[in-house]
Design a protein around this ligand. Structure first.
Ligand code: UDX
Length: 436
């Protein structure tokens, strides 16, 4: 099927390449000329495992191309809109400028029977507002939220755990659902649930899912705060409660909290929208979720300060990680980088290393010292803090080896990802998050 994908960021670029990889004829469109030039050469503009391969294959097969020219959307049956919805500069609400601009720019090229499928995460009610403009062209607007995780984006797009489509009532909605069923046929044939619902529900599904995930993380981080004063170990607690299938083990890793381009802004936009709808109190707990999350960064910094005898001034602190999570070069709202910047602000000499995110980090925080080689970064450290649980630090860094490079054996495990026993046995003073 001929498809267009408007917006070629983390979401759109992966979606375009993934749709080509399952046999569709796809044009990816973005206003950013540099990004389009990179993608057109078959190069991934950001780090995402597996993306490079499907981009190259798509372009070589002739089924995938990229352009800045919106008129090339003409002739596609489905137009996916996957542009950004960042937090507004002066409020918690989502900024819908890009969504509105993308849909408006697309309107002249829509023809009768086309489907416009919104993928961006938007406040509930957005589809209803956009719908009139789209319907006037004889096209149908549906909402088809995306649940991909960075680092697993290709797999999550080709082989999602569920597909959700919000459609308008009546024949046009039924026809649109049938067309999307065709688009996603390979996944549906493998048994992926395909859930058709109304548009407000589909919009809400996405923010509700992210709110739930954020809540789970902050719940366990709140337990970490209690564990810290009670002399308990939050990692053992998570393991024990996680055996209850109703609770589950996933997303119960306590540490320096969540970041990235989705969870933080999505829970804020959700509470802003709930307030607009007169139901602010229904999700008032999300403010608390946010506050708990941010407190963990404070706590990590505090632990480093305490471990260094009350001050980090003129101390060498090595920060292992900058990305908001492993398998990603994304530093948007990264708790890792935030901790590094705060330590720098307190007068520490901060050296940051990361397998993928140094370039992005340096652009935003040039004041920090970046070293690509992990061992080089560890040299002479008075304290080491792990803030992103890359395998390079979790599994491939031995406590013995690290001990031979640093100045002082002090390790703060901001992600509770190291074997405390191993590090202590090698003579390290080990500090976890919510662990004795
Ligand atoms: C998230 C959702 O998982 C995804 O479904 C949605 O489409 C977009 O938002 P992503 O932002 O890629 O995906 O990251 P995710 O893997 O959810 O992690 C988010 C943050 O939570 C990371 O900073 C991670 O380190 C942190 N986290 C995750 C924890 O601190 N503890 C956990 O147990 C799990």
């Amino acid at each position: 099927m001929r498809l267009s994908v408007i917006g070629c960021g983390y979401l759109g670029a992966v979606h375009a390449a993934a749709m080509a990889s399952i046999g569709h004829d796809v044009v990816g469109i973005d206003v950013d000329e540099r990004k389009i030039a990179t993608l057109s050469e078959g190069k991934a503009p950001f780090f995402e495992p597996g993306l490079q391969e499907i981009l190259t294959d798509g372009i070589e097969s002739g089924r995938l191309r990229f352009t800045t020219d919106m008129s090339e959307a003409r002739g596609a049956k489905v137009h996916f809109v996957g542009v950004g919805t960042p937090q507004q500069k002066d409020s918690y609400a989502a900024d819908l400028t890009y969504v509105n601009a993308a849909v408006d720019a697309l309107l002249p090229y829509l023809t009768e029977g086309d489907i416009v499928a919104g993928k961006s995460t938007v406040p509930v009610g957005t589809a209803a507002e956009l719908s009139q403009r789209v319907t006037a062209t004889g096209s149908t607007l549906v909402w088809n939220p995306e649940f991909l995780r960075e680092g697993w984006a290709v797999q999550d797009t080709i082989d999602p755990d569920r597909l959700v489509v919000g459609v308008p009532e009546g024949e046009s909605g039924e026809a649109a659902a049938a067309i999307l069923r065709e688009v996603y046929h390979p996944a549906i044939a493998k048994g992926t649930p395909f859930l058709v619902m109304d548009r407000p529900t589909a919009e809400l599904v996405k923010v509700a899912a992210n709110a739930f995930l954020a809540t789970k993380i902050s719940f366990i981080n709140a337990m970490a705060e209690i564990a810290e004063v009670a002399g308990a170990d939050v990692t053992r607690l998570a393991e024990a409660i996680g055996h209850d299938e109703r609770i589950g083990r996933q997303f119960l890793k306590a540490g320096i909290g969540f970041g990235g381009g989705c969870l933080p802004k999505d829970i804020r936009a959700f509470s802003a929208r709930a307030e607009e709808l007169g139901r602010g109190e229904s999700v008032a707990f999300l403010r608390e979720i946010d506050a708990i999350n941010l407190r963990r960064r404070d706590r990590a910094v505090e632990i480093v300060v305490e471990a260094l005898g009350g001050s980090v001034f003129k101390k060498n602190v090595t920060v292992l990680g900058a990305a908001f999570k492993p398998h990603s070069d994304d530093i948007r709202d990264s708790p890792a980088l935030d901790v590094a910047v705060r330590l720098h602000g307190l007068g520490a000499w901060v050296t940051v290393t990361d397998p993928a995110a140094i370039e992005n980090a340096r652009r935003v925080h040039p004041q920090l010292n970046y070293v690509e080689d992990r061992d080089e970064a560890l040299r002479g450290a008075d304290a080491v803090i792990v803030v992103t649980e890359w395998d390079e630090y979790r599994h491939n860094l031995s406590a013995e080896h690290a001990a031979s490079i640093v100045n002082s054996r002090v390790i703060i495990d901001g992600r509770n990802c190291l074997d405390a026993k191993e590090w202590r046995a090698a003579g390290w003073e080990y500090h976890g998050m919510g662990r004795p």
